[in-house]
Design a binder for this molecule. Structure first.
Ligand code: ADP
Ligand code: ADP
Length: 231
């Protein structure tokens, strides 16, 4: 099943009458169960592509289906609803809420989705167990190391059981030891069935993905699938 399907996606930014062609013609599908890495130099369009995937931004042209829905046919409100249900985000800067503890941070998206309190508690504890942060539920983000903060952010992204996890430079603020550990966690979540699309400019981490898409100047220039996946 396709979680993401893009056809002829273009994105043009207009600033002070200057056009930037961030994405020129993207054709791409991501199936359930894949771990895709989008690689390429700074400015090639990786973040733009991820923003469009996550419905944080709309394309200038082209067709996009997310979770079997034609995004161009959705109202703003329907897009928000599908984004909240289908997509989990993790960011370079973790984006945890500073005055909420670990439990509350992970619980927040479930509060928004209207889940009952008992059910929320059960789900938060389950997902914190999955990222091995159960021992820190009362800690505030600034009482945790960077690696631990990213694990909490991953738990928050997974709490609502999204169809895809979108990760924008998830190791960007971590030292190489913690970066490696964060990637191992993503690989483990993938092995348990989570579909992941990650953006990275660090080639070392591409090896965790099952497919690597190389972007250059807003176009896909190369796609590599791991041999194990082709067989
Ligand atoms: P990457 O994530 O690969 O570094 P981006 O998607 O951030 O690339 O950027 C692709 C191109 O689009 C770059 O030339 C960048 O300067 C431009 N760009 C990105 N965001 C904006 C924006 N909000 N307004 C104008 N230009 C932008
Ligand atoms: P991990 O490798 O599990 O991410 P670290 O080895 O970086 O954790 O950190 C070990 C311990 O030190 C953690 O329990 C964490 O709470 C604490 N710690 C690390 N960095 C900080 C920090 N900047 N502020 C407060 N506590 C920290």
């Amino acid at each position: 099943q396709d979680v993401i399907r893009m056809k002829g996606i273009k994105k043009v930014y207009l600033t002070n009458e200057l056009e930037t062609h961030a994405l020129t013609n993207i054709n791409l599908t991501i199936q359930q169960g894949e771990f895709v890495s989008i690689a390429g130099p700074s400015g090639c369009g990786k973040s733009t592509l991820l923003s469009i995937m996550g419905l944080l931004d709309n394309p200038t042209d082209g067709e996009y289906w997310l979770a079997e829905q034609d995004v161009s046919k959705l109202t703003q409100q329907q897009q928000t609803s599908i984004r909240n249900k289908a997509v989990g985000f993790i960011f370079q800067s973790f984006n945890l809420i500073a005055d909420m503890n670990v439990f509350e941070n992970v619980e927040l998206p479930l509060v928004y989705s209207g889940m009952a309190k008992n059910e929320r508690k059960q789900r938060v504890l389950e997902v914190l167990e999955q990222v091995q942060m159960s021992h820190r539920i009362k800690h505030l983000p600034n009482q945790l190391s960077g690696g631990q903060q990213q694990r909490v952010a991953i738990a928050r992204a997974l709490a609502g059981k999204p169809q895809i996890l979108l990760a924008d430079e998830p190791t960007g603020n971590l030292d190489s030891h913690n970066g490696e550990k964060a990637m191992e966690l993503l690989a483990e979540l993938h092995a348990q069935g989570t579909t992941i699309c990650m953006v990275t400019h660090d080639d070392r981490y591409n090896s965790y993905a099952t497919r690597i898409i190389n972007l250059f100047d807003g176009s896909i220039v190369e796609e590599k699938a791991k041999l194990a996946d082709i067989a």
